[in-house]
Design a protein around this ligand. Structure first.
Ligand SMILES: Cc1cc2nc3c(=O)[nH]c(=O)nc-3n(C[C@H](O)[C@H](O)[C@H](O)COP(=O)(O)OP(=O)(O)OC[C@H]3O[C@@H](n4cnc5c(N)ncnc54)[C@H](O)[C@@H]3O)c2cc1C
Length: 377
């Protein structure tokens, strides 16, 4: 199999780069083991306030709308966090405008939304909270097994019966100025949360649940769908095991499922994420990148990997693959000519790209740009 570019990792960074390259007319493949950080995504792109123009375009073509307004968003435990660029269904508001009387509505039998912790958090902020549950016959099947009562399964049903949810909440609402609901709406149709807002005479805020994240899964589905629509090849559930290198270039990679095939490309992009996605791995002696054995920027003394204070930024989270200024990966001190790196596998080695999801997008756009420039030469 031969492509213009092969991308290892189908999270936010891999998909963003894939969309840019595919939109530029390149033939690409994304190979991705499985879950990415998008499955846990809050819906806010930390370190971004405004979307880079290309991100705006690529995401809106995929059907993803973004917004930012200065203020805060509500966190799952009733605290507030400064706003960042967010998906359309994430509420951002000036903190002072959050109501004083709050109705928290959960679904009967759903344990991945911590309504009482949420109420405690809000009460510490001086708000008065009332918790109520709604029970809808459409949920009965899921309620039979707690393992079925998960955000995505519920969202599949909620997208069909959101009008009933509005009716139920209107019956519960007394004099509250704010209603907080679990973020289990808008899996297939991102406009459902705003339709619920329109139907309820109070501010409606959706608060995060335990994973999987409904806005994150929707984002992944839309980016992937658009990528495939543009002709990209998505090899889901496969893992790049090893790579063949020759004279400072990557010739091909081999995957677990296609172990008799060399997957060749002019350029490769490593977007395999951090420890969480196994893009980086650690043992007592060091930190490594498992596919290419790339050079990692980390403290040699293990005692320096952690900060004794749990609440501090942990130094090991900053470690990542070393790159040159064009995001070429470095191996044994030398840049690999056709291997680029983007996203969380970089750790915080490239602070100019920001942090978290903002960094994943910015570095992916930059790496794709460098790949396009290199392929013109
Ligand atoms: C749990 C969690 C939640 C987060 N939430 C937020 C948030 O809400 N907002 C925010 O701004 N930032 C968040 N972040 C930071 C996060 O790093 C970025 O948001 C971003 O999504 C990372 O994207 P990525 O594509 O670089 O990596 P990932 O999303 O980790 O994707 C990497 C992908 O590569 C695949 N992969 C790895 N190795 C191989 C291999 N050998 N072969 C094939 N595939 C492979 C993995 O299976 C995975 O699908 C979160 C991070 C984590 C870990």
């Amino acid at each position: 199999m031969k492509f213009d570019s092969v991308i290892i990792g189908g999270g936010l960074a891999g998909l963003t780069a894939g969309l840019k390259l595919q939109s530029a007319g390149k033939q690409t493949a994304i190979i991705s083991t499985g879950q990415s950080a998008l499955h846990f995504f809050s819906g806010s792109f930390e370190s971004l306030q405004e979307a880079p123009e290309e991100m705006k375009q690529l995401f809106s073509q995929a059907g993803i709308r973004l917004h930012y307004s200065p203020g805060v968003r509500l966190m799952p435990l009733g605290t507030f966090r400064e706003a960042a660029l967010s998906l359309e269904d994430i509420d951002l508001f000036p903190k002072a405008s959050f109501g004083k009387k709050v109705l928290i509505v959960n679904l009967l039998g759903y344990h991945d939304f911590f309504s009482s912790f949420l109420a405690q958090g809000l009460e510490k902020e001086g708000m008065e909270c009332r918790i109520r549950f709604i029970n809808l016959p459409e949920m009965e099947k899921l309620q039979l097994s707690p393992s079925e009562m998960r955000a995505v399964q519920i969202a599949r049903i909620m997208d069909r019966i959101w009008e009933k949810v509005i009716q139920e909440i209107r019956l519960l609402l007394k004099d509250e100025d704010t209603v907080v609901l679990p973020q289990v709406f808008g899996l297939q149709d991102a406009s459902v949360p705003s339709r619920i807002r329109q139907g309820i005479p109070a501010r409606v805020v959706f608060a995060g649940t335990l994973p999987p994240s409904v806005p994150g899964i929707r984002t992944q589905m839309l980016l992937k769908k658009r990528y495939q629509l543009l002709g990209g090849t998505f090899l889901m559930g496969d893992k790049v095991d090893k790579a063949h290198l020759h004279e400072g270039r990557v010739h091909s990679v081999v995957t677990q499922n296609l172990d008799n095939h060399y997957i060749e490309a002019q350029n490769f992009l490593l977007a395999s994420g951090s420890y969480f996605s196994k893009g980086l791995s650690s043992n007592p002696f060091g930190i490594s990148e498992p596919v290419f054995g790339l050079d990692i920027d980390f403290a040699a003394e293990r005692g320096n990997w952690y900060s004794p204070s749990f609440a501090d930024d942990q130094p090991y989270m900053a470690y990542g693959v070393k790159t040159d200024e064009n995001l070429h990966a470095i191996k044994d001190g030398k840049a690999l000519e056709n291997l680029y790196v983007a996203g969380a596998v970089l750790g915080k080695t490239r602070p100019e790209f920001g942090t978290a999801a903002g960094m994943a997008v910015r570095s992916a756009l930059a790496a794709a740009d460098n790949i396009l420039k290199a392929s013109e030469l």
